[in-house]
Design a protein around this ligand. Structure first.
Ligand code: GLC
Length: 849
């Protein structure tokens, strides 16, 4: 290790001790330069391709396959296989080597689509109904065309192959092409011009320039001429993406080892690409509703604090579902053990109706008297040094062994052990440190030559397995639910991912920092995670890490809550540096009354929108779409959205334009073309394709709703499931017609997989001067509590009558009176809102005239 880096290398624990010490002595800057903690955790220097050493390949002969073609490329073999009409797998491997399939792949059996082939001296083509793959023979290169004959993606002159063992692919691009996805990345939304890397890294206190973060999702979306395609580079080694960072007309990706294996996924919609990518790597599961509520966490809560903080949420009427138990709950940081006082706190919280999540780290303390260590050692469950001895590294418990999750026995052992948490009443598991982080390892992880043996006795090095370590741990954790609580929906939160981990877990973006840069960055970061097939994502609200100058001010926290209340995963979590005097508590009431009120307002709004949010997650489970969406996702025909990263869609119909800059009290909002947008607070409507300036004092989050949309809502509750959902509110913004397909199930068990759910389609149509409401009960296999709907029409006029067949609805004197009626209506003339209460079994059209 270079001397300089050695000097920088300081474990997180030591860094924190240094902060406390320096606060006493007043030498913070000297002891801990701002970038130390981050520099320590970045991997060793990148290994660029030697461009002089690229050797173009050419096709010497070829052989048709049942689903594609096999190419003789001299020392290599190429396989181009059609998985569907819109997807092709491209592999180039050494002669004799098998094609590669990583554990990221969920669907292995594909029905070969109908396709045609043609061949000339120069070219071989494969065409489905949707795409054509043209293979140039010499030099070897592929080109993908859509069914109109447009070239969607094409190899560049440098071609594809291996440079000194490193698989690479060069692609043509031009200045009009933009790139998105790549999982969790720092920096902005559009990755054109960027150099990106993937090597799962415990990037404590990262910043907007940090290259290596916690996850590796080697998938990206190219958008050119308003058409999108995706590339999934299925390679688990450390990989690199030069996205037109060197020149405008090419980009390339490569890895430190492994094979050249990638999937080309056709669009043309971004949503199509994600749907197909997540058909390949798996969709996220429908989460339990409670996990969509608000979460509170701190590293360092005492058992009393855990209980009291939760109680304070209730007293202050700020909704909360879940308390997190950080590493403090264990006996000496030994995984799958309890400190009794925390067990008692868990019981109290559960009795009080809260949910609980416990952290779980992979490393097992090296302690001869500890059951997990004994079992792991007896059964040969550990990652090994090259000489066959157990690899031991420092993490929170001190010297520890690391489970070899590549082995299914080890994963099963881990799943079984989860009973020690789940059977005590824990509802969710939070997998941390699973890059894996090793405090005293080189570059904060294991040496690259550590060995993992698979079920067949084959050995993989850490260099190959690293980016999959957390994936397998998370799979084991997910299966721990199925084993220990068979009909309960799992909830797993993880810090580390590979492509496909969305099948098992939600992601939080690790140890962010309490500053404005992080609040700003969280929006494009989550957007790209969402575009990479992972809808359930969130950042520590208020910021996790503290350092001098990086502590949340009331203003920062309030603005963070305005964004945070709408994160797919919404958790306030912070580190224990409060103990050392850096910052105080980070619960919403710690910043004064104004911030407490703002927190209550927006967290309550999240709970009101729970039916909408839940439905949005259901959509993600169906088609992989993000919940927090960058504007480009819905508006790829509007080029003005391509770089917008301080606005986002919260689901299909609501656009948020938060203030993420200090001192700002108004902001410009871009309204995408093709829609009319209604200001959520004022009701004013604006045509799209323009920018407007709106007021955004502290406490005001600018929100715009797409006109002609329905947003299902409920009354606020203090935790999900506190009250039965008996009246569903249908917030409707209408000038023409709107519809919504509403999904409902028990929100907690897996019974929906047996068909126990309801789908009801709502239609609200304006016909001349009247408006008609219909409900169309599609699937009704779940016993719902819903007894009525309240159609809430915004910007409405007072009706003369409201009627369903012969049944004339009564006019209520107030909104409150309406709630006591079975059916009826109330017009709020001040707000211009019409409320119509409709029984759930109303079989007729409701006509508003
Ligand atoms: C890691 C996690 C953080 C957690 C801490 C202690 O830094 O990212 O969320 O609080 O470890 O367990």
């Amino acid at each position: 290790m270079p001397k300089q880096l050695n000097a920088l290398k300081m474990s997180k624990k030591m860094a924190q001790a240094a902060i406390s010490l320096s606060l006493l002595t007043g030498t913070v800057a000297a002891v801990l330069p701002a970038n130390v903690a981050f520099a320590e955790t970045q991997p060793e220097a990148d290994t660029p391709l030697d461009k002089q050493n690229l050797k173009p390949l050419s096709v010497q002969s070829l052989e048709a396959l049942e689903n594609g073609v096999k190419l003789n490329l001299g020392d290599y073999q190429g396989f181009i296989r059609l998985f569907s009409e819109d997807m092709a797998k491209i592999s180039v491997v050494k002669n004799g080597e098998a094609e590669f399939i990583s554990p990221g792949i969920a669907k292995k059996d594909w029905k070969t689509p109908d396709f045609k082939t043609t061949e000339t001296d120069q070219e071989y083509t494969l065409s489905t109904n949707e795409i054509t793959v043209k293979i140039n023979k010499s030099p070897f290169g592929v080109k993908f065309l859509d069914k109109q004959g447009n070239v969607i993606n094409e190899d560049a002159a440098q071609g594809v192959g291996y440079e000194n063992g490193k698989p690479y692919a060069f692609k043509k691009t031009d200045a009009t092409e933009n790139f998105y996805g790549f999982g969790e990345q720092s920096g902005g939304l559009n990755k054109r011009g960027k150099s990106l890397g993937m090597w799962n890294t415990d990037a404590y206190s990262y910043n907007k320039n940090t290259k290596y973060l916690y996850t590796s999702i080697p998938f990206f979306i190219g958008l050119k001429d308003k058409k999108a395609y995706g590339i999934f580079f299925d390679n688990t080694y450390r990989s690199y993406y030069e996205m037109a960072s060197e020149k405008d007309d090419y980009y390339y990706f490569y890895a430190n080892g492994g094979t050249l294996t990638y999937y080309f996924i056709n669009g043309p919609e971004i949503g199509d690409v994600i749907d197909r990518y997540t058909e390949l790597t798996g969709k996220s599961e429908t989460p339990p509703m409670w996990s969509l509520g608000f979460h509170q966490s701190k590293w360092g809560y005492t058992p009393e604090e855990l209980v009291n903080v939760a109680k304070t949420y209730r007293e202050k009427k700020i909704p909360l579902d879940t308390m997190h138990f950080d590493i403090d709950y264990m006996d000496g940081y030994r995984v799958f053990t309890w400190n009794d006082q925390y067990k008692q706190a868990l019981k109290t919280l559960k009795d009080d109706g809260f949910h609980a999540i416990t952290i779980n780290d992979p490393a097992v303390k090296q302690d001869e008297n500890y059951r997990m260590y004994q079992e792991g050692s007896q059964n040969n469950y550990w990652a090994k040094n090259p000489d066959g001895s157990t690899f031991i590294g420092e993490v929170w418990p001190g010297k520890s062994a690391f489970p070899n999750f590549l082995k299914s026995d080890v994963r099963n052992w881990w799943s079984n052990n989860l009973g020690t948490l789940l059977n005590e009443g824990v509802d969710g598991i939070w997998n941390d440190m699973n890059e894996p982080a090793v405090f005293d390892g080189p570059f904060h992880t294991m040496p690259l030559d550590i060995v993992f043996e698979d079920d067949n006795g084959e050995k993989k090095t850490h260099e190959e397995y690293h980016n999959l370590y957390g994936h397998h741990e998370t799979e084991a954790t997910y299966n721990g639910f199925l084993k220990n609580k068979p009909n309960t929906r799992p909830f797993v939160l993880t810090r580390d991912m590979y492509a496909g981990t969305q099948r098992y877990a939600a992601l939080w973006t690790g140890d962010n920092v309490s500053n404005w840069e992080h609040l700003q960055m969280s929006i494009p970061m989550n957007a790209n995670v969402g575009l990479s097939g992972v809808p359930f994502v969130g950042n520590d609200i208020g910021g996790f890490a503290k350092s001098p100058g990086n502590v949340p001010t009331p203003e920062l926290f309030a603005r963070w809550i305005e964004v945070g209340a709408f994160l797919p995963f919404a958790r306030d979590h912070y580190d224990n540096s409060a103990k050392s005097g850096l910052g105080s508590g980070q619960e919403p009431w710690e910043f004064g009354k104004e911030v407490e009120d703002i927190s209550r307002k927006y967290i309550s709004m999240r709970y009101e929108l729970m039916p909408y949010l839940y439905n949005q997650f259901k959509e993600s489970a169906k088609n992989g779409q993000p919940v927090q969406q960058p504007l480009v996702y819905q508006f790829q025909d509007d080029a003005k959205t391509y770089n917008i990263e301080d606005q986002f869609m919260f689901g299909d119909s609501m656009m948020l334009a938060p203030v993420v800059k200090e001192g700002q009290t108004s902001r410009e909002v871009y309204l995408p073309a093709g829609e009319t947008w209604v200001d959520y607070w004022t009701g004013e409507a604006y045509e799209g394709n323009q920018s407007i300036t709106v007021n955004a004092e502290l406490g005001t989050l600018p929100i715009f709703v797409k006109n002609n949309s329905i947003i299902p809502r409920q009354e606020v509750e203090q935790s999900t499931g506190e009250k039965k959902l008996e009246n569903l509110i249908l917030d409707t913004y209408l000038t023409d017609k709107a519809s919504y397909s509403f999904y409902e199930d028990d929100a907690a068990t897996l019974d929906y997989k047996q068909g126990e759910y309801n789908i009801t389609d709502f239609h609200v149509d304006k016909k001349g001067s009247s408006i008609e409401f219909t409900q169309d009960k599609k699937t009704q296999n779940y016993t719902s509590d819903i007894k009525s709907y309240t159609l809430k029409l915004h910007n409405a006029e007072e009706p003369k009558k409201v009627q369903a067949a012969d049944d004339k609805y009564a006019q209520a004197g107030s909104a409150a009176e309406l709630t006591s009626l079975k059916s009826g209506y109330f017009f709020d003339s001040a707000e211009k809102v019409l409320y119509v209460k409709i029984p759930v079994n109303e079989n007729h059209k409701v006509k508003i005239q």
